[in-house]
Design a protein around this ligand. Sequence first.
Ligand SMILES: O=C(O)CCC(=O)C(=O)O
Ligand SMILES: [Fe+2]
Length: 334
Amino acid sequence: MSEAAVPLVDLSESREGPGRAVAAEAIRRACETIGFFAVTGHGVPQDVIAAARREALAFFARPREVKMQTPQPPERISRGYSWLGSRGLAFSLGNRTPPDLQESFAMGPVEPAPAALDGTEDARAFFAPNVWPAVQPGLQPAFEAYYRAMAELSAHVLQLFATALGLPRDHFDAEIDHHTSTMRAILYPPPPETVEEGQLRAGEHTDYGTLTIVRGDDVPGGLQVRTRAGAWIDVHPPAEGFVCNIGDLMMRWSNDHWLSNLHRVALPPAEAGNRARLTFAFFHNPNADALIEPIRGFYREGEAAKYPPARFGDLFLRKHLSAQTMKAAQGAGA
Ligand SMILES: O=C(O)CCC(=O)C(=O)O
Ligand SMILES: [Fe+2]
């Protein structure tokens, strides 16, 4: 039950020089075993994080009818406000659970769609305009600044992934230059007096994309990851750091040598008191038209590809939508 199972990687020397290889090797080991690692020395200014947090808490404290002025659009893409009871992450695995005890506010790319996607389904799904609450003009700039900082950090970590996979460091660069990442601020309120059987703050799931970078409050009722032995262990973020995990796409790219691992957000025990928890989760995704094909140079001797090549846009739309409705769950698990 050692919590050292989620290793800590200091990124402060990881940009150039011998520190790059050291960080890449630590990340390789983490991705092969638990699929999670924590980072410090990431270079994201603490005031960017603090401003986004402040704006999120102010937004979630507003009356429901105000928050509902920027609802998640009916197409179920990750924009705007999702109210308590409207999502269930375990649905994406086809599990029938009560909905998650969380409300959230999501955004997508800050840059417009590249011209090559003009008029396509990808442009509509991945580059749908963001929605911003008119009552709180400070939220947009704070969230955009945080999103940009996360995108930059992701690009750096993906270069370390390339090195860790034995590839040139710029291997993924051309697949992420019009990335379709989303970010979600999530508020887990204090649990109600009665919760339904099997109800959690976030049901067990794997993430869908390349890399997720999470900043969640380190309070009871927090993030847990499943070890290969089947135990759920608490993941404590380092002070001023982030928790990173890889998603299904990196697992697919690595022909399953890397693990996109199950995780969840538990309910706090009753004695922990009535505490809410705030999380910022940045879900890094590649370009809509990135071709995800198991990386051959990385195969072990004689190994065959476990997946056919597939466009990211097609893979994602199948799984993401199933997190939202049980009806669509048949196609999940990609
Ligand atoms: O709140 C957290 O720490 C993690 C949330 C999460 O795993 C998700 O939203 O995908
Ligand atoms: Fe997750």
